[in-house]
Design a protein around this ligand. Structure first.
Ligand code: ADP
Ligand code: MG
Length: 270
């Protein structure tokens, strides 16, 4: 492959939506698992002080001495920060509530918006040889999310199939545009993925139709169904792909990973 057209590696994707409960963390965990199943080496960065992605992948509080807080604000070796999980090919940098104070401390820091960018571009990163880095963002357009968008190549937006879903989206798109203008001109929208979709529900169908009419190709073909197995999996500290590998939720996240892999190959070849 011509060097000029080589896709970025690792490819860094921020999973963002300022609304809570729309499926960011669920998508971060299960998309990581689906990419890992395809042999991709994945680092999931938990950028939400709630630490749900860390918990969902089995990194208990006793294993969170070094976290995303230290990644951003202290000089700690990556080997101390990056933790392997029980799932082959998935590593995590976990988060704790400490990260909520980071959002405040960042304001006083001159490099406040670029801390994650710098952390992920440090030369030691190459030793880990990741294919993908997924960032699970907090439910806010705060400085943590701005750090993620400046560090990332693209933003993946989970959109819950419910009333008002599209309203918050325009605010998010404006933020992406600001970040492009000011700091990261190549930031792409990886795509919008409809989550918790219920085929029998007319409202779900309406949200999907509206999203496709307004956003066209930006919306992934894959739709993530509302599936109880998906919501049960985190309490077993597993991705749904392992918890119930034959479930509809697992199949959907596998299909989403395929779309992302295919799109990235196509972009690289273009
Ligand atoms: P966010 O990270 O955006 O706040 P979460 O991923 O934590 O959202 O999801 C919010 C809630 O919805 C969680 O309880 C999660 O288990 C549940 N959930 C997410 N996706 C699905 C799905 N496809 N089917 C059923 N429940 C889901
Ligand atoms: Mg979350």
């Amino acid at each position: 492959m011509d060097h000029a057209t080589a896709p970025p590696r690792p490819k860094i994707i921020a999973i963002a939506n300022q609304k809570g409960g729309v499926g960011k963390t669920t998508s971060a965990i299960n998309l990581s698992a689906a990419l890992a199943e395809e042999g991709q080496s994945v680092l999931l960065i938990d950028l939400d002080p709630q630490g749900n992605a860390s918990t969902g992948l089995g990194i208990g509080l006793d294993r969170r001495e070094f976290t995303t807080y230290e990644l951003l604000l202290e000089d700690i070796e990556l080997a101390e920060l990056i933790q392997e999980t029980e799932v082959p090919n998935i590593s995590v940098i976990p988060a704790t509530v400490d990260l909520s104070s980071a959002d405040v401390e960042l304001v006083a820091n001159e490099k406040r918006s670029h801390l994650l960018y710098d952390a992920l571009r440090q030369p030691e990163m190459e030793h880990f040889d990741f294919d993908y880095i997924l960032i699970d963002c907090p439910p806010s357009l705060n400085l943590l999310t701005v750090n993620a968008m400046i560090a990332a190549h693209s933003v993946l937006v989970p959109l819950q199939s419910e009333f008002f879903a599209l309203e918050g989206l325009s605010q998010l798109m404006l933020t992406v545009r600001d970040i492009r203008d000011q700091a990261n001109p190549n930031l792409r929208i990886e795509g919008v993925v409809l989550t918790m979709h219920d085929m029998r529900n007319r409202l779900s169908q309406q949200v999907e139709n509206d999203a496709r009419a307004n956003l066209g190709d930006l919306v992934f073909e894959t739709v993530i169904p509302r599936n109880v197995r998906v919501s049960e999996a985190p309490s077993f500290a597993m991705p749904v792909l392992d918890y119930d590998t034959a479930s509809k939720g697992a199949a959907a996240y596998r299909a989403l990973a395929q779309e992302i892999l295919t799109n990235n190959q196509r972009r690289a070849a273009a």
